[in-house]
Design a binder for this molecule. Structure first.
Ligand code: PMP
Length: 450
């Protein structure tokens, strides 16, 4: 249902349905103009909705949830089995080698921070300045790190990294599989080969790549193997608070435990602690069983898609976005045609604040996009996005209608202009008059405790 429907921008292109059902696909939101519209979520790169099957799995598991690892009760054993099953499923999804670890974390940020703390003393780390802060700041904080300037495209960035690796000074290359700003995909196998040839390892920030592409740690030729992958459940259609670091165990077994506490120890005496190794070493405290099970279910569901279904769905949506936005006079798409990219498209409306456009899309059309510098300030600045950009990102729940609604809404902004006036209200851009209820009241009262 929508009172803000605009005619599709590319009626000649074939319509594309969502690839998989997601929770909330039909959610109707209020508009500041007084109408209502079915929400268009084009902010999947930040957080993706739960797959319907993930929500169903969580509902199935919850009645059986109990303490994990340490409980003697039957349901504790069920929960423990679910947790370890989830670990094996995530390992399988990522093509882990027999000796690899799956450490459940909160997120990619958490996983990369864990790995950064496990880098052996004195070892040097190489990153490019195109990275999300999660794959930049933790290295700068914990390890001896060199940050090289990225190139004009992923190909050039890869060449610059290869040249730097060839100096032989590095123990680790840390790269994003796909950029959260341009969607560009880096040639990971090529970089893995270059890293290994130079005596280094490669860690991949999989936050943006894994929701869009199948990736395996193990390659046909071990020279092309990836050593670690970090991922986030909430970007992989499993927003239940779990992520993971998956890969080589030696650095992790030799590192200080990530958190000190129960579950990470073998024995604690008055004067000594014997720490566990393996995943337990870095999973102190009660683990997020439900999050891990949800993440594993999402992995299994994506893995079961027909070959290339994910790639072709999003390639079609990305093309449609780039073509539709690019055809609008007054819109600039950032790096519109990379050699290889996922469904993440950043654009600007020169002369208009990006936050005004984002606020308009939400307030008058019920469309959610991201504006700003996307936690990748150095990259955004180097792309000329000093004042930020607007990012539309697709997922398995995105349809061509979603893309068409965005393109039509931006087109209307440029031609007839917004219906409402916009300005900074309470520190955020928004309409100066707003018929929508306060977001904190949208769901109605919090259920009474019973
Ligand atoms: N890396 C990339 C490329 C990202 O896009 C993000 C999230 N925007 C992160 C890392 C951090 O992910 P999380 O917030 O789930 O830790």
């Amino acid at each position: 249902m929508t009172t803000s429907t605009l005619s599709p921008s590319r009626p000649s292109r074939p319509a594309l349905a969502p690839l998989l059902p997601v929770v909330g696909a039909d959610t109707v939101v209020p508009l500041a103009t007084g109408g209502r519209a079915t929400y268009v979520n084009l902010d999947n790169a930040a957080s993706a909705p739960a797959l319907a099957v993930v929500a169903a799995r969580v509902a199935q598991v919850l009645p059986h949830y109990a303490s994990v690892h340490r409980g003697a009760g039957y349901l504790s054993r069920v929960s423990t089995a679910l947790f370890e099953q989830a670990r094996a499923q995530v390992a399988g999804f990522l093509g882990a080698r027999g000796d690899d670890l799956v450490v459940f974390t909160r997120s990619t940020t958490d996983a990369l921070d864990l790995l950064a703390r496990a880098v052996p003393d004195g070892a040097r780390v190489l990153v490019a300045d195109v990275e999300h802060h999660a794959n930049l700041l933790s290295w700068q904080r914990s390890a001896r790190t060199t940050v090289v300037r990225g190139g004009s495209d992923a190909e050039e960035t890869a060449s610059l990294l290869e040249a730097e690796l060839a100096t032989g000074r590095y123990a680790l290359l840390a790269v994003a599989g796909a950029s959260n700003v341009t969607g560009e995909v880096l040639p990971l196998r090529r970089l893995a080969r270059a890293a290994h040839a130079a005596g280094a390892r490669i860690a991949v920030d999989g936050a943006q790549l894994l929701p869009h592409r199948r990736v395996s740690l193990a390659a046909d030729d071990p020279a092309d193997d990836l050593d670690w992958i970090a991922l986030s459940g909430h970007k992989l259609y499993a927003p239940f608070g779990a992520g993971a670091l998956v890969g080589r165990r030696d650095w992790l077994d030799a590192a200080e435990p990530y958190l000190a506490g129960g579950g990470a120890t073998l024995d604690v005496s008055h004067d000594a602690v014997r720490w566990a190794d393996g995943p337990d070493r870095h999973e102190a405290g009660s683990p997020n069983v439900v999050g891990a099970v949800a993440l594993a279910q999402a992995c299994a569901t994506l893995a079961a898609l027909p070959t290339a279904a994910l790639e072709s769905h999003e390639a079609a949506l990305r093309d449609r976005l780039v073509e539709g936005l690019g055809a609008l006079e007054g819109v600039e798409v950032v790096r519109p045609h990379p050699a290889d990219a996922v469904g993440v498209v950043t654009f600007t409306v020169p002369g208009r604040p990006v936050s005004e456009v984002a606020a308009y899309l939400s307030a008058e059309h019920g469309i959610g996009v991201r504006d700003g510098r996307f936690c990748a300030h150095r990259f955004a600045d180097s792309l000329g996005l000093v004042e930020g950009g607007l990012r539309a990102s697709t997922g398995v729940g995105t349809s061509s209608d979603d893309v068409d609604r965005l393109v039509a809404a931006v087109g209307r902004f440029l031609t007839t202009g917004p219906e409402l006036q916009y300005g900074v209200v309470d520190g955020h851009w928004g309409p100066l008059t707003d018929a929508r209820p306060a977001p904190e009241t949208f769901l109605g009262p919090v259920p009474e405790p019973r």
